[in-house]
Design a protein around this ligand. Structure first.
Ligand code: BDR
Ligand code: CA
Length: 350
C-alpha cells in the first residue's frame, strides 16, 4: 500500500516536474561518462556531446563490450567526429576485478560500433589511467561531478578503492546497469553488473547518491524502424554515424524478436540531461556475487524492510520487521517516446 501510494506520487512528480527544464542561464551539469563503447554507448556519447545541459569533462573507457584498446579507439573516433578533441579520453581497466573479461561483439559488431567504419581519429588519448583521471576531476570540481557509468563498474571501483574520499565529493552517480525485472546476460543478471559484480557491489555500497537505470526501463525504451527513418531524413557526420549504428542495433533487435533497439546507455545519459524522463523509487539494492544462477543480480528490496528473526533455541522466530536503508533511486518508468524524440532532435543534422 505504502509502496503504491509513493509510486503514484512519484509518477505524478514525473509528469508535472518542471525542475529539469534547462534554461540558458543554468550552468551545465559536469559529467564523466565511463563507457565500454559499444553501439549503444556510442549513441549515449553522441547524445551527451550534443546536449547543452551537459558539460562532458571526460570519457573514461573500461573493457566490456570490446577490449580496452578498441574501446579507446572508438571513443576517440566519436569525439573526433564531433570535433571535441578538448574532451580527455582515458583508458582504464583491461579486465574486471575478479573474473575474466567477457566481450560482446555479437551485440555490438566486430568493431563495437555496429560495423560502421568511422574515419581515423584526429584526437589523441589522454595518458592518465582512467580511475586516476576520475579522482583528479572529482577533486578539481568538488560536489559538482556526476558520474555516468554505462559499462562494467571496474574503473569506478578502482577509483573508489584508491581514494575513498571521493564519495562525499561526487554530486551523484547515474548508471546504466542492473534490473528489477530479470537479466539479459543471464536470467538474473544485467550485462554491466554481470561483467564485474565485485565492482558493482562496491559502487552500490559506497553511500553516494545513486540512480540505477536498469533493464526494466531501458528494454521499454525502444528505437524503432520508424524512428530510424525519421533520423535518416537528416544528415551530418554524427547524424549519419548514428543512423548506421542504430540500423545495426534495430536489425539485430528484429532478428532477436524485439520491436526496436533498447536505448540502454542513452537513457542513462537522458536521465542526467532531464530527470523527468524517468520516475524512480528508493530501494535497497544488493549485488549478488555468489549465487550459482544469480551472480550479478541486483537484488532490490521493494518494501525496504525484512523480517526480524530472533533465535530461540533451535529455531528462529520472526518478531517483527526491520527497516532496510535504501541506497539507490531505482528507475521504474521512463517516458520512452519523449526520450527518443529528444535523442532524434539532438542528433538530427549534426
Ligand atoms: C548494457 O550492456 C552493454 O552491452 C550495453 O552497452 C549496455 O551498457 C546493457 O545491458
Ligand atoms: Ca555500455
Amino acid at each position: 500500500m505504502m509502496t503504491s501510494v509513493r509510486a503514484a506520487i512519484l509518477m505524478g512528480c514525473w509528469l508535472i516536474s518542471a525542475a529539469s527544464v534547462f534554461a540558458a542561464s543554468d550552468s551545465p551539469r559536469k559529467v564523466i561518462i565511463d563507457t565500454d563503447p559499444g553501439a549503444d554507448d556510442a549513441m549515449a556519447i553522441l547524445l551527451a556531446l550534443n546536449s547543452p545541459e551537459l558539460d562532458v569533462k571526460a570519457l573514461t573507457v573500461v573493457a566490456g563490450n570490446v577490449v580496452i584498446e578498441q574501446g579507446v579507439e572508438n571513443a576517440l573516433k566519436l569525439v573526433s567526429l564531433a570535433g571535441r578533441c578538448d574532451i580527455p579520453i582515458a583508458g582504464g581497466a583491461h579486465q574486471p576485478l575478479a573474473q575474466k573479461l567477457i566481450t560482446a561483439e555479437y551485440f555490438h559488431g566486430k568493431n563495437g560500433l555496429g560495423d560502421v567504419e568511422l574515419p581515423s581519429p584526429a584526437c589523441h588519448a589522454d595518458t592518465r589511467f582512467a580511475p586516476d583521471l576520475t579522482i583528479e576531476l572529482i577533486h578539481r570540481y568538488p560536489h559538482d561531478i556526476t558520474l555516468v557509468p554505462i559499462g562494467p563498474l571496474t574503473n569506478i571501483a578502482l577509483a573508489l578503492a584508491k581514494d575513498p574520499s571521493i564519495v562525499p565529493l561526487v554530486k551523484e552517480v547515474v548508471l546504466m546497469g542492473g534490473s528489477i525485472s530479470g537479466g539479459n546476460a543471464t536470467a538474473a543478471a544485467e550485462a554491466n553488473i554481470y561483467n564485474d559484480p565485485e565492482a558493482a557491489r562496491a559502487i552500490f555500497a559506497a553511500g553516494w547518491p545513486l540512480t540505477m537505470v536498469g533493464l526494466n526501463v531501458t528494454e521499454r525504451t525502444l528505437f524503432t524502424d520508424a524512428d530510424l527513418n525519421e533520423l535518416a531524413k537528416t544528415h551530418g557526420r554524427e547524424n549519419n554515424c548514428a543512423v548506421g549504428v542504430l540500423k545495426f542495433m534495430v536489425n539485430l533487435a528484429g532478428k532477436l524478436g524485439g520491436a526496436g533497439a533498447a536505448m540502454h546507455d542513452p537513457l542513462a545519459v537522458g536521465a542526467a540531461i532531464d530527470r523527468s524522463l524517468i520516475a524512480t523509487e528508493d530501494m535497497r539494492v544488493e549485488i549478488e556475487t555468489r549465487g550459482e544462477f544469480t551472480r550479478g543480480e541486483t537484488v532490490a528490496s521493494r518494501h525496504n524492510s525484512s523480517d526480524l528473526k530472533v533465535l530461540h533455541g533451535e529455531r528462529y522466530i520472526i518478531e517483527g520487521v526491520e527497516a532496510v536503508r535504501p541506497n539507490a533511486h531505482v528507475a521504474v518508468k521512463s517516458d520512452a517516446r519523449r526520450f527518443v524524440q529528444l535523442f532524434i532532435s539532438r542528433i538530427a543534422g549534426k
